[in-house]
Design a protein around this ligand. Structure first.
Ligand code: SF4
Length: 302
């Protein structure tokens, strides 16, 4: 069971759970250059988010695609606050003990979806392990409210593992998201540093449960954290056995020097090999490339 350790709780800065060697972040190769977050579309979305007091994973995670996605009118909402009870080594979201639970958030997300005229909305959250339901009721309310205000919009939720609680998962599924996404994130050998409070088998189990209930499922893996090619392929195979429909693979990028370092920049050719292997394993869609994120080009996956 997850226990919040006092020396890791802070409202101010992310606290990776491991000792990360303090070294400068290496220069990115040419294939990882992305558009800067500027432009009319970007400013418009920024205003909508600020006016509605909403968070996005695009900004919290310093996603390299923010310029491209926001200028094309796409963003990923991050609900349940901006403080996460976990301390994953790759993630830039603040770690701490959250204090807020905002019952009006679902309505504001739905309103923002309407203003953005989204055909496909992606909603994720921080982990709220301190709540008895893991925040699943707010997830479900958000799906229902978005659908009520935007009946033509398809909805994808990228959910936490809810510590394996099937009751919490069913809360979300009862609101009928169009896609149930849960990221495996990395190969099992690296869980203790990359996702120390998560369990590989638990994430696979969540994907299996959602699939058994007839949902379209999706997951993602980051590469470049120190895994090798065989481990990536084995992880993909494990995921395919849950009958998961959609797989994303992208390059891990170190958000700050306090986070896990990039061990390797994966060449686009290697991403192409993973895509081919994934399609042969039976995934319906594999999005694989250096700048791919879980929600990158998500509307295409529906
Ligand atoms: S890829 Fe996802 S997280 Fe990144 S900017 Fe686009 S919508 Fe946001």
């Amino acid at each position: 069971m997850f226990v919040i350790q006092e020396n890791r709780i802070t409202q101010e800065t992310p606290q990776p759970i491991i000792d990360v060697p303090s070294k400068s972040i290496p220069r990115r190769p040419e294939w990882l250059k992305a558009k800067p977050p500027i432009g009319e579309g970007y400013s418009r979305l920024k205003n909508i988010m600020e006016e509605h007091k909403l968070h996005t994973v695009c900004e919290e995670a310093r996603c390299p695609n923010t310029g491209e996605c926001w200028n094309s009118g796409t963003a990923t909402f991050m609900i349940l606050g901006d403080v996460c009870t976990r301390s994953c080594g790759f993630c830039n979201v603040k770690t701490g003990l959250p204090t807020e639970l905002d019952a009006d958030e679902p309505r504001r997300v739905a309103e923002a979806v309407k203003l953005m005229n989204l055909k496909h909305a992606v909603i994720t959250s921080v982990n709220r392990d301190e709540l008895y339901d893991g925040g699943s009721f707010i997830f479900a309310d958000t799906i229902r409210e978005v659908r009520k205000q935007n009946p033509q919009t398809t909805i994808e939720v990228l959910i936490p593992d809810f510590k394996g609680d099937e009751f919490a998962l069913v809360n979300v599924l009862d609101a009928f998201p169009d896609i149930l996404n849960h990221n495996v994130e990395t190969v099992p050998r690296l869980y203790s540093t990359v996702r120390p409070q998560a369990k590989y088998e638990r994430s696979l189990e969540l994907l299996s449960r959602a699939k058994q209930r007839g949902f379209k499922t999706k997951t993602g893996i980051m590469v470049g954290l120190g895994e090798n090619e065989q481990e990536v392929l084995k992880t993909m195979k494990d995921i395919s056995q849950t009958k998961c429909d959609i797989l994303t693979l992208g390059q891990y990028l170190q958000p700050t020097k306090n986070h896990l370092p990039v061990e390797r920049f994966i060449h686009p050719d290697e991403f192409a090999l993973y895509k081919k292997a994934g399609m042969e394993m039976g995934f319906q869609h594999v999005e694989s490339g250096p700048l791919v994120r879980s929600s990158y080009h998500a509307a295409k996956h529906v």
